[in-house]
Write a protein that binds this ligand. Structure first.
Ligand code: TXA
Ligand code: MG
Length: 342
């Protein structure tokens, strides 16, 4: 059975202590972060890390993100030349703690199972007080991928983690809903000829415009296979219900007898999906503010709700391709069954 411990914002020592105890004994624990919930394990303990892959049913070729509590810890796990160190220091001070992950050359202390044999490791320092306290108390890097079954919707609440992994892990620390709602931005940092090169492996809350001050932002070419670019798996974040995205609303040709849900940015959005069809269910990503940040926070929650609503298919509107909208559209595209216009 999975125990759920509530981490009260006013005092979460008890929950943190329980999580630390489990992690120190080689167990896995689901923990809140500002992006999505993670499934944590001591990154230096291979058999603990193996339990993460096992619980998530994650293929061994997909490497994990390692979380640290203090910036200095990066030198324990990453091999940094003085030049690279200088670039990394600037990025750390700009974006940590926060939803930002750097892929850097690893030291041998990080076991191969964590990085799927890659010579690099993905590192991040979360801003979530519970994740930070746990990392600090354990005193070791914590490997923590999103706490969902492989390829499914990322969890942004303890309840969602329970649905994904309940019965398979000993504990979930409930730190409430996640603030950002989409996973961290991942950047592979390289020196480059004139300016540092920031290879954007995953769009996230730290957006391109933020990164440009620190180097040349490069969007990697589409990989032919996962081995070539871990983390660039095409299908990901998928609900069990087929989710479709169309180039234009008119491309949607409903099949008679099926029940459709609309995942709308806002009811009266410019795209005009809402009046196109008599939808069985409509959920809005940004009903309150009409802001992209609100849409990001609600994205996985709404996807999960529609998935559970019993419709036969979900039609999703995309959002403006600016700021965190890039990350939202990326997740929607990965969740979708590609629909060529007829
Ligand atoms: O916001 C987040 O980053 C959340 C929270 C829990 O911290 N974590 C997360 O982990 O999203 P995960 O495992 O679901 O996604 C990590 C991604 C994977 O797609 C993986 O392939 C990629 O990071 N990755 C990890 N190590 C890598 C490496 N050495 N090179 C390239 N990509 C890497
Ligand atoms: Mg994930």
């Amino acid at each position: 059975e999975t125990e759920i411990l509530y981490a009260d914002p006013e005092g979460f020592d008890e929950a943190v202590n329980a999580a630390v105890k489990l992690l120190e004994s080689g167990e896995v624990v689901a923990l809140p972060t500002e992006t999505v919930y993670g499934l944590g394990a001591n990154a230096l303990d291979e058999s603990a890390v193996a339990k993460v892959f096992d619980a998530k049913q994650r293929p061994s070729f997909d490497p994990l993100i390692v979380h640290i509590a203090k910036r200095e810890q990066i030198r324990e796990i990453c091999e940094l030349s003085p030049e690279l160190d200088e670039v990394v220091q600037k990025l750390m001070h700009a974006f940590w703690p926060g939803p930002f992950t750097m892929v850097l050359p690893k030291k041998s202390i990080i076991p191969d199972i964590v990085t799927s044999g890659e010579p690099t490791v993905a590192v991040r320092m979360s801003a979530h007080p519970v994740m930070r306290a746990v990392c600090k108390q354990v005193g070791k890097p914590i490997a923590a991928p999103s706490a969902n079954r492989f390829g499914r919707i990322s969890p942004t609440s303890a309840n969602a983690v329970e649905k994904e992994l309940g019965g398979k892990i000993p504990m979930i620390v409930d730190g409430g809903a996640c603030n950002d709602g989409v996973e961290s931005t991942i950047v592979r940092v390289e020196l480059g000829e004139k300016r540092p090169e920031l290879h954007l492996l995953r769009a996230g809350p730290v957006v391109k415009e933020d990164l440009q001050k620190y180097g040349k932002v490069i969007r990697p070419k589409k990989a032919r296979n996962v081995a070539e670019a871990p983390g660039q798996l095409d299908s990901h974040y998928a609900p069990a219900t087929p989710l479709y995205i169309f180039d234009k609303p008119e491309d949607f040709k409903p099949e008679p007898g099926l029940r459709y849900a609309l995942l709308s940015y806002r009811g009266a959005s410019r795209d005009g999906y809402i009046d196109l069809y008599d939808w069985d269910v409509v959920e809005e990503l940004s009903p309150g503010s009409g802001k992209l940040t609100e849409a990001a926070v609600r994205l996985f929650f709404v996807m999960r709700q529609l998935d559970e609503s019993g419709v036969d298919a979900i039609v999703a509107e995309t959002v403006a391709e600016t700021g965190i909208g890039v990350a939202i559209n990326d997740r929607l595209r990965r969740a979708s069954v590609p629909q060529e216009p007829a």
